[in-house]
Write a protein that binds this ligand. Sequence first.
Ligand code: FAD
Length: 401
Amino acid sequence: MAESGGRRLTVIGGGVMGLMTAYYAAPFAETVTVLERTRVGDPETASFCLTRSVRNDYLDPEYSRLAYESRRLWLELQALSSEPLLIDCGCLNLFKDSITPDLASSYAVRSFAILAQLQLRRAALSAAELRQRFPQFTADAGRLDVDAGFADVPAVTRFLQAALRARRVHVSENATVRGITRSGGSWHVATESGEVVSDALVITAGLGTNDVLGLLPGCSARFPLRPDRPVQSKYFIPPAGTRSRYTARTLPVFAYLDVGIYGHPIHEGKTPGVKIGFYNPPDAALVQSPIASVEDFVAECMPGLRGAETVDVADASGVDVCAYDLVGDDDFILGPVPGMDGVFTGVGWRGTGYKFAPWVGRVLAQLALQGGTVYDIHRFAPGRFAGGPAADLVTAGGAAP
Ligand SMILES: Cc1cc2nc3c(=O)[nH]c(=O)nc-3n(C[C@H](O)[C@H](O)[C@H](O)COP(=O)(O)OP(=O)(O)OC[C@H]3O[C@@H](n4cnc5c(N)ncnc54)[C@H](O)[C@@H]3O)c2cc1C
């Protein structure tokens, strides 16, 4: 049997980021243990729901490049999965004159320019083309991110759980971390069911990350994290006879981010209706518009769903009651924890992290076990908050979900 290098890794936090880290770490480690405070799949955590957007259409080319690189990794994982992980229905950004009169400054046009700059597959649709291709919408223009869609989150979770079992990763659920000590060059993590000793620690504890940092002896790093959540998230159940117009075969993921709207088509047999969310990000330049709810959006842009039966996403799936982890300066936090030998973290995904999960997992695994990563992650350095959490830097908002 091949040798695995002898390093032991403990991952604290069993959301998608922790599970992906364990997945990529296992081939390079002697042991990998994931400690999860609740259970994998707990509805209180950000990673568990039915669908998450997977898209490249950011306003910042670096995030677009990373999203596309993450997609490449998703496709590698999907090739190993017995069921699809990504549903490639595209992602359509909408624009309507009567809602946001300035086309040039719209999210649709600006993010499309980034897709063009990166040579990613895309389509610009006029009002007539939009009517013909996606008659579900009433709008004046559309910009399609072609290599996009959504993740089937339960399928991803099943895939990761099976893969981690096969890779002999120990996932310890209901494991509350009581204390962390350093001794003989190793990290000792105490839980009520015993102690886990390792050479490296990865902290992917979402909004619980600062509490874990507080357990590290001598660690003064804390991050300016802030919870936030969508104002509304509903399934619209189309009238009988029109359902086929709203499944992922015919309807893309869609968004009108200038007014805080995003939506997912029906995932046939898995979700009850078209999911539409309304998010009003703090400090974001939401354009003044007549859209103040998902119902307003439907009335303006998806008239076929007007009057449709609705159900709150939380009621239908038991999840999506969880929160985004916003960051003071609106950038991911990914890399070594300052001053802590062999400790790495990934947090602050600002409601947009799921699609990046394989990339994040790979980066954290490389940092913890290979002494560095092939990716340039300087921008995301946790050390930028070493002088104390700059909570008032908040400029959050504008990221695609
Ligand atoms: C409503 C909503 C919609 C979203 N939509 C999208 C989308 O469409 N597309 C997209 O790409 N992203 C989206 N996101 C973001 C994405 O879901 C998150 O960025 C991602 O799931 C974060 O994963 P995580 O593992 O960091 O966090 P979590 O899933 O929160 O995992 C952290 C884990 O750490 C555990 N933990 C905490 N403290 C401790 C401790 N002391 N000891 C042990 N364990 C601990 C928690 O129990 C939890 O399981 C959305 C997020 C939300 C909330």
